[in-house]
Design a protein around this ligand. Sequence first.
Ligand SMILES: Nc1ncnc2c1ncn2[C@@H]1O[C@H](COP(=O)(O)OP(=O)(O)OP(=O)(O)O)[C@@H](O)[C@H]1O
Ligand SMILES: [Mg+2]
Length: 278
Amino acid sequence: MSRTTHNQHTTERLSTGVRGFDELIGGGIPRGFFVAVVGEPGTGKTIFCIHFIGEGIKQRDKNIYVTTEESRESIIKQAYQLGIDFEDAINRNQLIIIDALMGRRDDPWSLDILDVETMVNKIIEAKRHLGFGRARLVIDSMSAFWLDKPAMARKYSYYIKKVLYRWDFTALLTSQYAVTTSLGFGFGIEHVADGIIRFRKIIVRGELKRYVLVEKMRQTNHSSRMYEIEIKTGTGMMIKGPTIYRREDVALPSTVTARMILSELQKILESPEPENTD
Ligand SMILES: Nc1ncnc2c1ncn2[C@@H]1O[C@H](COP(=O)(O)OP(=O)(O)OP(=O)(O)O)[C@@H](O)[C@H]1O
Ligand SMILES: [Mg+2]
């Protein structure tokens, strides 16, 4: 956590727990912010959220993680691989993982229906259970709530923020972007979010590379560059450095470009003469 002064007002910022990331956003996420974490599948959204909660555990915050697409066990396992012990934090009443995938009736922290209002009530119940104090919240992912009704995305996002705002949460809400179009399902959370953290993956010369870009962070002079990230067993996610623009990373091979130009030329040559409209 760090404090910076903006126009005589003090902003308390929460560290994300990702090495090299806090520097990109002026020291951390402002307390009380609702931040959208977006990107295509497998880009690192869940891992980023796990670090955020891991840091919350270190700082003695109250932590709640809602998982809709993976089971609680899967999240605990993934965290363990990154060197973060979620099981211990649960036993010490510092963390509650609300499992919205498995829907077990004998489990008080599981949801058997995927409904926004039910989830919000469960989050409040969990916060009461953890007690007073600064709190971190992750909802991973929000997309699950509007898979069959994309038009509701914005309304649901607004409702969640409106109700949970009063509970001293600093929250990360993830949303998946479709692989084909790179667009979110329903453009929901970006509109109500105080910040947007965008993850990407690109194949560069046969190798998968991951990147992160801060697209929006209110009240913050954030970096506007794209950074390469690395994920490693034991230590987890870290920022490697800003991307260096390389023409060959984005351009098509010259032979392909040449063939495309030839084919376009051929189309022009074969097309009938345009009529004179004078
Ligand atoms: N222990 C590990 N060591 C190295 N890389 C790992 C490890 N665990 C996961 N990864 C990498 O991280 C990727 C998964 O990242 P993550 O689960 O955060 O993606 P996501 O953006 O949440 O995807 P989705 O939208 O499908 O939930 C894996 O595909 C893998 O490449
Ligand atoms: Mg995920």
